[in-house]
Write a protein that binds this ligand. Structure first.
Ligand SMILES: *[C@@H]1O[C@H](CO)[C@@H](O)[C@H](O)[C@H]1NC(C)=O
Ligand SMILES: *[C@@H]1O[C@H](CO)[C@@H](O)[C@H](O)[C@H]1NC(C)=O
Ligand SMILES: *[C@@H]1O[C@H](CO)[C@@H](O)[C@H](O)[C@H]1NC(C)=O
Ligand SMILES: *[C@@H]1O[C@H](CO)[C@@H](O)[C@H](O)[C@H]1NC(C)=O
Ligand SMILES: *[C@@H]1O[C@H](CO)[C@@H](O)[C@H](O)[C@H]1NC(C)=O
Ligand SMILES: [Zn+2]
Length: 670
């Protein structure tokens, strides 16, 4: 239905057509001057708690300039379930009318405006309704009315109820940045073929169900790990750098409208145990998005505090902290500039009953019936290749988790951390079960650095961890009641296109001749990574290459690059492919692989690393509800599938304080 034409609406329509926000956006989810958050086309789990924010924008200048920059403060909003009369938001959710908020922000309309440093200024009037929920499945229409006749409409869908817990436990493995292409390459490195037949396979190759998820953000087709993790954990897409919220335009990065995550739901409804394990620093996007609610993923100190205490500045559901929390990132725990308000977060966790481990020996000895924190180094954990093959690279590090000078010693790997987390969660979850997220983080981090071998080593470590997890669950007698999902949050444009003869390449002097070392099609040969080199045994067992440094190596590349030098084959030292030159732009790093050939980049000249790619990513599933994971769907559906399998779609405000004891407890009659 077309709105009645009036002068204001016509003028607005004309000015809006001048803007088609792409590189920069006024507010990604808000193409009109009235914004509804959550925006149009969003889905909700029944009973999932969320905040609503309305914003009315009055651009003061720029191509959208409107109403002399004075926002409508008398805007109204309604919500209607299909077939029902609209009610005001306050009436519908039985809340008091919140106070009006006002602020100003600015943005660039395009790259020309940025070059000229002429931002457009926008004044805003807003209201936020905190902590509401929709319990009845169906379609809802939210209408924001402003500027005397203008309307912004959002259609929301509440998914079907899912009250029955079909899986007692969920273990969600995330290979950060992991694509099918990388999985294929890792299999070639770690597993042997005879005449084209694999003699062994990856653990994930044996999963019964495979699906495909689309990773787009709510307002861009490219994603980062914050908002993609958030989509996987909450069923709500977000914006780059944001998690657990829909990004608003206010200056406060913590006041954005929140959405409840899977561990918050699981804790509130069933009282289950939960944990996160990562080879990244634990405040990094993928682990921290389980509890993080922020528009700025780099608010690390605040995010660690949120993991332990919940969001303290706004009334919000909280988890009482993780039961098992293992990774890197001592910077946010050692009292100092990296921790919130300089506090000692080791002590904060210990105060709440956590055991604190700084190395593998202490981790393995930590009691299983106590909440467990394990922070094993500063920054990210060194990658599998450096922990197992090029161990001399660890000695020069200054990453002791206590804050003392010198390298972190006695590091656990992803497998050690994951198996210990299962022990703790199994014990602490008891009848109520558990949720564990385990992340192979440096698949992504090393792909960013174009270090394919380090990335694939960590992919094989993730697969080895999946294999050991299945064996462990079997031993504990809980494999049948545990849903295991292995997926990624996004991809990188990596693939293999042949081999490279490293000996021939090294003997050539110029760049073009070096490229002739690459063998394509019939010259690609077979994997030499699975053939042991005489006199060399890494002792890293099956599932990993027997030779990381064969003469014939994989030739691989990325869909998008900074300028860099390519010399296929493993580097003994971690890689920095490009760096900032004297003019402030990024060029080939002179000391990186000097014997390689130059590949000029395709990325903007301020990017020193590779970037994420558009590709859909695989979803492997095994266990209860596995059949729901086949097909092609959005990243948010991974949340709805897991949440439905856990019985988290409830028709009323259900908290453990109602007296329900969760799994195995009183029957839910609703
Ligand atoms: C808008 O006004 C601000 C000053 O308030 C100015 O800095 C900016 O350049 C103006 N932008 C445009 C697009 O005119
Ligand atoms: C659900 O109940 C809890 C505890 O009584 C309360 O704090 C919370 O605000 C309620 N949530 C909603 C959406 O009403
Ligand atoms: C709470 O809000 C205050 C003021 O807005 C801010 O200084 C503080 O850092 C916030 N705390 C957290 C944990 O977000
Ligand atoms: C491991 O940590 C414990 C303290 O939790 C310490 O006593 C021990 O020396 C550490 N081991 C190594 C190898 O650093
Ligand atoms: C890469 O680009 C530089 C200019 O930035 C040019 O001088 C050089 O020839 C190019 N190299 C290749 C291999 O294309
Ligand atoms: Zn990344």
């Amino acid at each position: 239905m077309l709105p009645k034409a009036n002068a204001a609406v016509l003028c607005l329509a004309a000015s809006l057509s001048a803007v088609s926000a792409q590189t920069f956006q006024r507010l990604g989810t808000c193409p009109d001057l009235g914004c509804v958050l959550p925006p149009d086309q969003q889905d909700f789990l029944p009973g999932q708690e969320f905040d609503i924010r309305f914003e009315v924008h009055a651009p003061k200048n720029g191509s959208e300039a409107f109403n002399n920059g004075v926002p409508d403060e008398k805007f109204t909003a309604t919500i209607a379930k299909d077939g029902h009369r609209p009610k005001s938001i306050a009436d519908f959710f039985k809340q008091r009318e919140p106070e009006l908020e006002k602020w100003t922000f600015s943005w660039f309309e395009d790259l020309f405006a940025k070059d000229a440093n002429t931002p457009s200024v926008v004044n805003v009037a807003s209201k936020a309704y905190r902590r509401v929920a929709l319990y009845e499945p169906g379609e809802y229409t939210v209408k924001l009315k402003y500027y005397n006749g203008k309307t912004t409409t959002a259609k929301w869908t509440v998914r079907p109820l899912a009250t029955k817990k079909k899986a007692k436990n969920v273990i969600f493995f995330i290979g950060d940045g992991m694509t099918t292409n990388m999985i294929t390459a890792a299999r070639l490195l770690g597993h042997k073929t005879v005449n084209g037949r694999y003699q062994s396979l990856l653990a994930i190759d044996d999963f019964p169900v495979l699906g495909h998820q689309m990773t787009h953000s709510v307002d861009t087709f490219m994603t980062d790990s914050a908002n993609s993790a958030s989509a996987l954990y909450s069923g709500h897409k977000s914006s780059v750098n944001a998690m657990g919220v829909y990004a608003d335009s206010s200056p406060d990065t913590e006041d954005d409208p929140k959405v409840e995550t899977i561990v918050e739901l699981l804790h509130r409804i069933w009282g289950s145990a939960w944990g996160a394990v990562s080879t990244a620093f634990i405040a990094d996007a993928t682990p921290i998005a389980l509890t993080g609610h922020t528009r700025r993923r780099s608010n690390y100190g605040i995010l660690i505090d949120q993991a332990l205490h919940g969001v303290s500045n706004y009334s919000w559901t909280r988890t009482d902290g993780p039961d098992a929390y293992f990774g890197g990132g001592a910077e946010q725990f050692i009292p100092g500039s990296g921790s919130l308000n300089g506090k000692d977060y080791y002590a904060e966790f210990a105060k709440k009953g956590y055991s604190v481990s700084w190395n593998k020996t202490a981790l393995l000895a930590a009691p299983n019936d106590q909440k467990a924190l394990g922070i094993f180094c500063k920054s990210n954990l060194p990658v599998w290749l450096d922990r197992n093959i090029f161990t001399e690279n660890l000695d020069s590090l200054n990453n002791d988790p206590s804050g003392a000078k010198g390298p972190a010693k006695d590091l656990p790997g992803l497998k050690d951390m994951t198996l210990k987390a299962i022990d703790v969660l199994h014990k602490r979850g008891g009848k109520k079960g558990f949720f564990l997220m385990s992340e192979g983080a440096s698949i992504d981090k090393q792909m960013h650095a174009l270090d394919y071998d380090r990335a694939l080593g960590d992919l094989l470590e993730l697969d080895d961890t999946v294999r050991a997890t299945i064996a462990k669950l079997k031993k504990l007698g809980i494999l049948d009641e545990t849903l295991i999902v292995v997926s990624a949050d996004h991809g990188h444009g990596f693939d293999v296109f042949g081999n490279s003869d490293t000996k021939y390449a090294a003997a050539q002097d110029d760049d073009r001749a070096k490229r002739n070392a690459v063998g394509v099609y019939e010259n690609s040969g077979l994997s030499q990574y699975t053939q042991p080199r005489e006199g060399v045994s890494y002792g890293t067992g099956p599932n990993f290459p027997l030779n990381w440094d064969p003469r014939y190596v994989i030739a691989a590349g990325m869909g998008a690059n900074p300028d860099h030098r390519e010399r296929f084959g493993v580097g003994k030292e971690p890689r920095t492919p490009a760096s900032v030159g004297a003019d402030g732009e990024v060029y080939v790093e002179p000391t990186d692989r000097p014997d390689g050939f130059v590949v000029n980049g395709t990325l903007p000249t301020d990017q020193s690393q590779g970037v994420h790619s558009l590709t859909d990513v695989p979803v492997y599933a095994m266990g209860p509800c596995q059949e729901t994971f086949g097909g092609t769907y959005s990243n948010i559906d991974v949340f709805y599938k897991m949440a439905s399998c856990l019985g988290l779609g409830q028709p009323r405000n259900r908290t453990r304080h109602d007296g329900d004891s969760g799994h195995g407890g009183k029957k839910d009659k609703l």
